[in-house]
Design a protein around this ligand. Structure first.
Ligand code: GUN
Length: 280
């Protein structure tokens, strides 16, 4: 079967002019502040990319780098300071945080209207009820990409692999709101492969290299790979065995160049949305 390559870089590029027009219509630059705690190398790369993209889009961009042993109270005091700063429209705390930090408490300290990650309980509650304010960037990016390629999800059997608050849970909600029938598989699911074989749409977000293989994929399925796994040889691979799976698919995302660029694009959109709302 010839497959459609879902190109995240091209999709993100196509969205850029509309975003720039929204930025130009604002009375002042959007301000995005990123907070990173510790030295996790992958997180350092993501944060640098987010900062660079924000600057390229004409935002004010700041990054606070805190040591891995930063106490909870210090991190929360920084969030309070950013909440009170009128020049800060969006606050992003890079996940994961070190083990000694209560991540839920930190995320819920961010003002919901500045929560450009959409991780605050208020924003996830609004999403659960179908009236989203700020939606998590990765699942939002997946939906925008599927829409751009005019893939109608109505009535599809969708299987989401992973139940994180960052991807799996909000992804399941968005797919259900797009009229798919959604199954969420996780580490305790008895036989994920059986669920996957029935799926018209798979979204893989488990962080296990090449977890999804050809024998688990139905002919004609749409496959979205959220995984970014670095192998010992330094190469980046997804949660899906792209080479093995692609010829069975109607459409598939590559890694890299699939969901990743869409996550960043949606962070930029959420920051502009937050700025527009804060300016009334
Ligand atoms: N870690 C992995 N993905 C994300 C994300 O989208 N936002 C934040 N803040 N941390 C992450």
């Amino acid at each position: 079967m010839s497959f459609l390559l879902l190109d995240g870089r091209a999709t993100a590029r196509a969205l850029a002019p509309a975003l720039r027009a929204r930025v130009a219509a604002l009375p002042r630059k959007p301000g995005l502040t990123v907070v990173i705690v510790g030295e996790d190398p992958a997180s350092q790369v993501y944060v640098k990319t987010k900062g660079r993209r924000a600057t390229a889009n004409g935002f004010r961009s700041d990054t606070h780098r805190l040591p891995a042993d930063t106490p909870q109270a210090t991190l929360e005091a920084l969030i309070d300071q950013l909440n009170a700063d009128d020049g800060v429209d969006g606050i992003l705390v890079q996940m994961p945080l070190p083990r000694h930090i209560d991540s839920a408490a930190v995320l819920s300290r961010i003002l919901p209207e500045k929560d450009v990650d959409g991780f605050h309980v208020i924003n996830s509650g609004l999403l659960a009820q179908g009236c989203p304010a700020l939606v998590p960037c990765t699942p939002l990016g997946v939906m925008r990409m599927l829409a751009r390629y005019e893939l109608d999800l109505t009535g599809l059997e969708a299987v989401v692999l992973g139940r994180s608050n960052i991807v799996g849970r909000p992804m399941a909600m968005l797919l259900e709101q797009a009229n798919a029938t959604v199954t969420v598989c996780h580490s305790r699911t008895r036989n994920a492969a059986d669920h996957l074989r029935r799926a018209d749409l798979i979204v893989a977000a488990v962080g296990r290299p090449h977890f999804v293989t050809a024998d688990m994929v139905k002919e004609g399925a749409i496959v979205v790979d959220v995984g970014i796994n670095r192998l010992d040889d330094g190469s980046l691979v997804g949660d899906v065995d792209f080479e093995g799976v692609k010829d069975k698919c109607r459409a598939i995302t590559p890694v890299p160049g699939g969901v990743g660029p869409m996550t960043i694009a949606m962070l930029m959109e959420n920051t502009v949305t937050a700025t527009e709302r804060r300016q009334g």
